[in-house]
Design a protein around this ligand. Structure first.
Ligand code: AMP
Ligand code: MG
Length: 350
């Protein structure tokens, strides 16, 4: 299949490209779209064969459900059995934005979109191009991250072009993603509600609206074989570069000492400004140590860079996971296949 590339930086000036993309979506075709979290591989969420085509293009397991993107909170009404008060309270506070809410689905949502589940995940993105496209297509859009299944999520059009050229009908280049990690996924189908995937809307922020919300145990723990994941995506290898990644907990001094004992070809994933400490080892940075928002923005690009450098083994610096740092740590854990070494961690460590 030939893949068209459309540049859309301005809704009005680039209206013709938006119309072409919307026509493709209405016809059941696949279009990669920019969102504020990561790029999405979009298709008509209500068209079963269009949704199936997403799984084929990504190589995604068919039991891993898709997030349905809407342009207005009311657009969810026909898609679910019931819209609880909590839904509107969350929408009012965090939409448009990087939060996904799971509710019981109605018969309108095909099982191809819900991965065979009786629930549906809903999000209203803040990226103006994404919302305008949903409006012009006239249908909610199912859109998982626009990467090949298993590889790091795409945070710019170049990543999508790398992974999906020849596999989708069009890729819309709308610039770099401002958040850089996928949305916070939470379910209102359990009591108490639970966060299934941390993101830029943090546990602390959500507690202001849902005081009893908790983190699902699968967020930071490796589920035992055969365990049922609350979020099917949790059980798959994810976000992983080809290189073997190991997370190293410790001070910068401890980390540098550990690296000295490693072969010179072994790479380092560290924070900005730290490279000089790892003489000789190839370094890739992911944001500033005291700024998890900058880490989230840089993380997936850094994981891709590790493979571009041909590194086969990488040690990653990690910092205490608070706030948006929880999202960063959740992705790093999966990129590392849950391999962590603790060199000894002190609260005041730098
Ligand atoms: P992605 O679109 O690649 O960011 O992945 C979407 C994530 O949301 C995956 O981890 C899915 O397993 C999760 N998800 C989507 N829909 C549901 C649902 N109905 N129930 C539980 N998890 C879901
Ligand atoms: Mg994904």
């Amino acid at each position: 299949m030939e893949t068209s590339i459309y540049r859309v930086f301005d809704i009005e000036q680039d209206a013709a490209a938006l119309d072409r993309a919307a026509a493709l979506l209405r016809a059941g075709r696949l279009v990669v779209i920019p969102t504020e979290t990561v790029y999405g591989l979009a298709a008509d969420a209500l068209n079963p064969s269009a949704a199936s085509a997403i799984y084929a293009a990504k190589g995604r397991p068919s039991d891993n459900p898709l997030i349905v993107h809407i342009a207005d909170p009311e657009q969810a009404r026909p898609l679910v059995k019931r819209l609880p008060d909590a839904y509107f309270a969350l929408a009012e506070r965090f939409w448009p934005g990087p939060m996904t809410v799971i509710l019981e689905k109605s018969a309108r949502v095909p099982y191809e979109t819900s991965g065979g589940l009786e629930t549906v995940a809903l999000r209203m993105p803040s990226h103006p191009v994404a919302r305008e496209l949903i409006r012009r297509a006239g249908t909610p859009l199912a859109a998982p991250s626009a990467n090949l299944s298993g590889s790091p999520s795409p945070t710019c059009a170049g990543h999508c072009i790398q992974d999906l050229t020849g596999r989708v009908d069009a890729i819309i280049d709308g610039g770099s993603c401002t958040v850089g990690v996928e949305s916070t996924v939470l379910t209102l189908c359990t009591d108490p509600p639970a966060i299934l995937r941390p993101g830029a809307v943090t546990l602390e922020m959500l507690r202001e609206v849902l005081p009893d919300i908790r983190l699902d145990p699968g967020v930071f723990a490796h589920l035992p074989d055969g365990a049922k994941a609350a979020s099917p995506g949790m059980k798959y290898r994810h976000y992983a570069p080809k290189a073997r990644v190991v997370l190293l907990w410790g001070t910068l001094v401890q980390f540098a000492a550990y690296l000295e004992a490693q072969p010179p070809g072994c790479g380092v994933l560290c924070f900005e400004g730290e490279q000089a400490r790892f003489g000789g080892h190839p370094c890739v940075t992911y944001g500033r140590r005291d700024d998890p928002v900058s880490q989230a923005q840089a993380l997936f690009g850094a994981l891709r860079r590790i493979d571009e450098l041909g590194l086969t083994s990488v040690y990653a610096r990690v910092d205490s996971p608070d706030g948006v740092g929880q999202a960063v740590y959740n992705r790093l854990l999966r990129a590392a296949g849950f391999t962590e070494i603790r060199l000894g961690w002190e609260e005041s460590a730098t």
